[in-house]
Ligand binder design. Structure first.
Ligand SMILES: [Zn+2]
Length: 426
C-alpha cells in the first residue's frame, strides 16, 4: 500500500540549510526533488501554514487567518490567540465550524485510511491539522483520536518544545507511527529551529544547534523510511518547513497609533481590532462595509513603517477572503541587511498585547518578506526524480501531492500535485 510521510522543520529557511549545520538535509536535498522557488502562504505563520498544508487551500478558502484572529463570541470582536488549546472550540462555537474545507485526515478517512500527526508546536497549530477529528493528533497540550476523543494521559505526548522534546517526538513517530501503525499519512511537526529562533539571533551558535537538532531528527525519520521501503516505491517522503524568518529590528504599537489618530476608541474596543501576526497584521472591523475601513486605510498610507497594505478586494490577491470582518492586511517595513551573524533580512513587527515581550534582534515571521517566504521542500520516493525545480511551488501543493500518491482525488484544492521531474512533466 502506498503511504506518505511528511516532516516539517518549523521555520527552517532554505538558505540556512548548509553542510556545516544540516549535513543530512544538504545531502537529502541533492538526492530529492528540490523545489527551489517554494513559498509559504500569507500570513506566513505556523497555524495558518498548518491549515494550508492540511487542506491544500489558501487561507481565503480554509478560513484560518493567522496566529491570532478576531472572533465575535457575542460581545463584539476580540483578538484571540489561535495557538491556545481552546481556540478550536471557541471558533466552532462562534462560527459553527472550524476549517471551511476538508483536511487530508478527512479525505483519507473517507477512503478507509488513517492519518496520524505528532506535532510539537502550539496546540492550535497541531489541532488545525485535523480540527474535526478524522484521525489522530498528538500534542503536549492534549491528544485526540478519531471523533476528537481525548486520549488518556498515558497515551499522550508528555514532551516540551525544543531539541529534546523534538527528539522524543521523532523516536515515537518512527517506532510507533511509522513501524507499528503504518498509516496512509504520517506527519511529524518539529518545534525547531522555530522555538529557538524566536528567542535568540538567527545564525547564532544556539540557532545553529537548533537547526542541527532538526537535521538529526530528519535523519532518524529518513533511515526509518528507507528501512521500511528500500526501493522508495511505496513511501512518498516529504520534508520541508512552513516558512522562514526575518530578524526583528523594531516593534510598532499599532493599537496605540490607531487610538492616537482617533480611529480606535480604546485598546479593547471592537470598532477596529488589530490581529498581530509578527511581521504582518490583519485588521477586523465591527462594520466591514463602513467608512472606518477607508479612514484606517488612508491613515496607513501615511505611515513609513508600513511595507504594503491590502484593502477590501485586494485581499484576494494574497490569498485572503474579501467578504469577512477582516478588511485590511498589512506587512511591515523590511530590508535585506544582514544581522551580526551574517543572516540576511530585517523587519519591523506589530506589538502583540497577548505576548508583549521585546523580540528585537530575534527571529520572527508572518509577512511576505523574502526570507520569511523561503521555506524549503524536498520530495523523494513515489517516482519523484532527483533534481532542482525552478517553477513556483507552495505549501498548498503538499496535500494534493500526497493524495495523488495515494490514488485519491485532489478536487477542491487550490494547490496542484507537484511535478515528479524537474522539466515539469509528471
Ligand atoms: Zn512555523
Amino acid at each position: 500500500m502506498n503511504r506518505v510521510v511528511i516532516v516539517i522543520c518549523d521555520s527552517l529557511r532554505a538558505d540556512l540549510i548548509t553542510a556545516r549545520d544540516a549535513p543530512f538535509l544538504t545531502e537529502l536535498g541533492q538526492r530529492s526533488a528540490r523545489f527551489a522557488a517554494h513559498s509559504s502562504v500569507f500570513p506566513s505563520t505556523t497555524r495558518t501554514s498548518a491549515a494550508s498544508i492540511a487542506t491544500g487551500c489558501l487561507p481565503a478558502r480554509h478560513g484560518l487567518l493567522g496566529n491570532t484572529m478576531a472572533l465575535d463570541e457575542g460581545n463584539g470582536l476580540v483578538c484571540l490567540s489561535v495557538g491556545k488549546p481552546d481556540f478550536r472550540d471557541r471558533l466552532h462555537r462562534a462560527t459553527g465550524r472550524t476549517l471551511h474545507v476538508p483536511t487530508l485526515a478527512e479525505r483519507v478517512s473517507g477512503a478507509g485510511e488513517t492519518a496520524i500527526a505528532i506535532s510539537n508546536v502550539s496546540p492550535g497549530a497541531a489541532y488545525f491539522l485535523d480540527p474535526d477529528g478524522f484521525g489522530w493528533v498528538y500534542n503536549p497540550a492534549g491528544s485526540y483520536g478519531p471523533g476528537r476523543r481525548p486520549l488518556p494521559a498515558e497515551e499522550g505526548l508528555a514532551i516540551s518544545k525544543g531539541a529534546e522534546g523534538d527528539s522524543a517526538a521523532t523516536e515515537r513517530f518512527c517506532e510507533e507511527v511509522l513501524r507499528r501503525r503504518a498509516p496512509a499519512i504520517a506527519l511529524l511537526w518539529l518545534s525547531e529551529p522555530d522555538y529557538t529562533g524566536h528567542h535568540i539571533p538567527l545564525g547564532s551558535p544556539a540557532h545553529r544547534r537548533a537547526i542541527a537538532s532538526a537535521d538529526a531528527d530528519v535523519t532518524r525519520v529518513a533511515e526509518t523510511v528507507s528501512s521500511l521501503d528500500p526501493t522508495g516505491e511505496n513511501i512518498l517522503f516529504v520534508v520541508g518547513s512552513d516558512h522562514g524568518m526575518e530578524t526583528v529590528d523594531e516593534t510598532i504599537d499599532l493599537d496605540r497609533l490607531l487610538i492616537e489618530a482617533g480611529l480606535k476608541r480604546a485598546p479593547t474596543s471592537s470598532d477596529v481590532v488589530v490581529a498581530p501576526n509578527g511581521t504582518a497584521a490583519l485588521l477586523y472591523f465591527a462594520d466591514p462595509g463602513g467608512p472606518l475601513v477607508g479612514q484606517v486605510s488612508r491613515f496607513l498610507a501615511t505611515q513609513d513603517w508600513v511595507e504594503q497594505a491590502f484593502v477590501g478586494p485586494d485581499l484576494a490577491g494574497i490569498g485572503l477572503p474579501t467578504g469577512s470582518a477582516m478588511q485590511i492586511a498589512l506587512t511591515l517595513k523590511r530590508d535585506e541587511r544582514a544581522n551580526a551573524h551574517g543572516v540576511a533580512g530585517h523587519s519591523h513587527i506589530v506589538r502583540d498585547s497577548l505576548e508583549p515581550k521585546d523580540c528585537t534582534g530575534f527571529g520572527q515571521h508572518g509577512g511576505l518578506g523574502r526570507n520569511e517566504q523561503r521555506p524549503f521542500l524536498f520530495v523523494s520516493g513515489g517516482a519523484f526524480a532527483p533534481g532542482t525545480h525552478r517553477g513556483r511551488s507552495s505549501l498548498i501543493d503538499i496535500a494534493p501531492t500526497a493524495l495523488c500518491h495515494l490514488g485519491l482525488t485532489t478536487s477542491g484544492m487550490d494547490g496542484r500535485p507537484l511535478p515528479r521531474h524537474p522539466t515539469g512533466t509528471a
